[in-house]
Structure formats: structure tokens, C-alpha cells
Design a protein around this ligand. Sequence first.
Ligand SMILES: [Zn+2]
Length: 362
Amino acid sequence: MIALVNDKIAFISHPKASLHRMPFPKPHLESFENPLRYQMAERYLEQSGVLSDMIRVKAPRATLKDPLLVHSPYLVDTVEMMSEIGTGQLGESAYASPDLIRAALLTVGGSMKGVDMVLAGDVKHAFVLMRPPGHHASTSNAMGLCYFNNVAIATKHALQDKTIHRVSIIDFDDHHGNGTSEIFYTNPDVQYISFHEYDFENFGLGHYDEVGYGNGKGTNINIPLLETSPDISYESAINRIMIPAVKSFNPDLIMVSAGYDAHYADPVGNMDIDSRTYWRFGREIDKIVSITNARGSVWVLEGGYNPFTIGPSIHASLEGLSGNTQPILEDQIDREVNKLIVDSNDEIIGKVLETIKAFQKK
Ligand SMILES: [Zn+2]
């Protein structure tokens, strides 16, 4: 018997999400999170034809109450007030512009809309192409180009639905999502899995020993990979850690912090992957939805700072989510693989598995 399955994907965006811009010239980090990355990605996706089967949605604006689902009133008030002033520093690499509050609330609104559409059964997956990004924003601090934590707010919003008891967040941005990790660190209902570049010499946040605390113990899974990690290391971490961990947690919804700055041509990240890995994330997350309680997945753009590679990278993710074979795209060039890095990553993956073993159901 053929079951009727809704395989549609929503593509959520808003032209005004491109307005906010921090007042810095290149090569300042702040200059890379700019309107061009949004505009070029959207144009690429439109021209590629990948959006033709998708439901295009203009993001609604969230209210000032929505970020309070995860943030302190102090942070929300500060973002609003400094946008009115039109300038000033909110945190490390987080500066205001006159358009900040509008872009930030639209991005929160788009992320929540993605959740609403999946929960209503209108679509199986949603992709939110909006900015500014969010995964570095913690309960009370804007930082790292982020002001409101879009994915965390949308996750809390989803958990307000009586049918949603557990949410898994998969974060494949080049950087550790310290904000998301902090917000849900003691929450047993939210599983956070982060793939990121990690410096084992300086031991910042993002080590695999950070497993969550109290009732949340075991729900925070860090996969700290070495600089210049290739596609094969991601494939291994996806298969050995991500898939079994999400299956074991059995979420009702999957949220994705979709950052594309681990691309080999990214000016900020130092990893060595291309759109083939971004296709793999889409393909595997779609498959996980079919074997768990998850009703679908909602993807929200995080980093990705080469405006020429964000488009093909998202294109590949969308093909994966659609159940299509891996597309051949212009960024997929053969690059030399450093075996030492692959072997060291395999050891790290083994350590992660050993660390989280105690918390997983068989
Ligand atoms: Zn990043």
C-alpha cells in the first residue's frame, strides 16, 4: 500500500533580512556577515531551479516577546535600543545598525514560521534563508555576529506545542554554537549535536567532555574536529555519532543550525569540505525523519561567508532533503586528503562515542 506522505519543502526568506550591516571594512570578521551573502545565495538558488518545487514563503516579523522565550529582557531591550541609536557595540563582534532590530525579528519570525509549517503538516522540511545568524547568542549576550538565537527560540516555540516533547538540534556550522549549547545545557528535552572546528591546544568551549548538566546530562554532544577536516571525516562523524544519537533520542522535531563556513573556500572557517557533505547532511536528516518520531526538520542559516559557495552548498542540502542523488556542482573539486588529520579525527570520534555511550539507549 502506498502511504500518502507530504514531501514538500518550504523556503522562507525576506528581502529586508539583507538590510542589517555592521560598519566594518574587509578584512574585519564583521564585514563578512553582510547583505551580499544572502542576496547571492538567493539568486543562485532561484537560477538553479531547485526552488521551483518548493513553497516560497515571506517571513513574518516576530514580536519583541518571542526572543524572551530564551533571552533575558536585558538583551532584547538592548538590541531594540541600540538599533534605535543605530550604532554601538553589543558584544564581541556584535555591533548595531539602524536595521538590526527589523532584520533580527524577521529572522526569528521566519524560523518560527518554519516550525509552524512543519507542525501543521504543510511541509516536511523548511529552509530559512535569513540573517543575522544566531547560534553564538546566549541567554544574555549578543556575540560572534549573532543577536537573537533563532534556532533556540524556534525550538522553545516548538516545545510549546503539546505534541512536541523532544527536539534534536544539529549544528554543522564551522564554529561551536556556544549560545545554543548554554541555553539548553540542563534541558533533557533538547538534544544539541555540534560539528565544529576545534583547537585542542587552547581548549575553548566545544570539547566532547561537555555533555550537559543535571537533567540535561547526555543531551549535549560536541564533535570537535581538527582544522582542515575533509569530507570523509564529516561522513564518519555523521554515520558513527549523529545518526545513532538522534535515533536513540527519538525527537519529535529536528532543528538544523545550517552554517556553511566549513566549506574549503570560506574566508572565515578553516575546514576542507564542499557541497557533497552539505548534500549528505540533507540526505541523512531526511532519512532520520522517516525512522524516528520526527515530523520533519527546520533549517536556519548560520555562518557561510563566501557568497559564491553558500548558494551551491544550500542547493546540495535541499537536494538531499528532497531525497535526490548528490548533484554535481561547480565547487566540487578534488583536493588532497591529509591522512594524519583523518586518522586523528577517527580517534576523536572514538572518544566522543566513548563519552556519550553511557547516556544512550540501545
Ligand atoms: Zn561559523
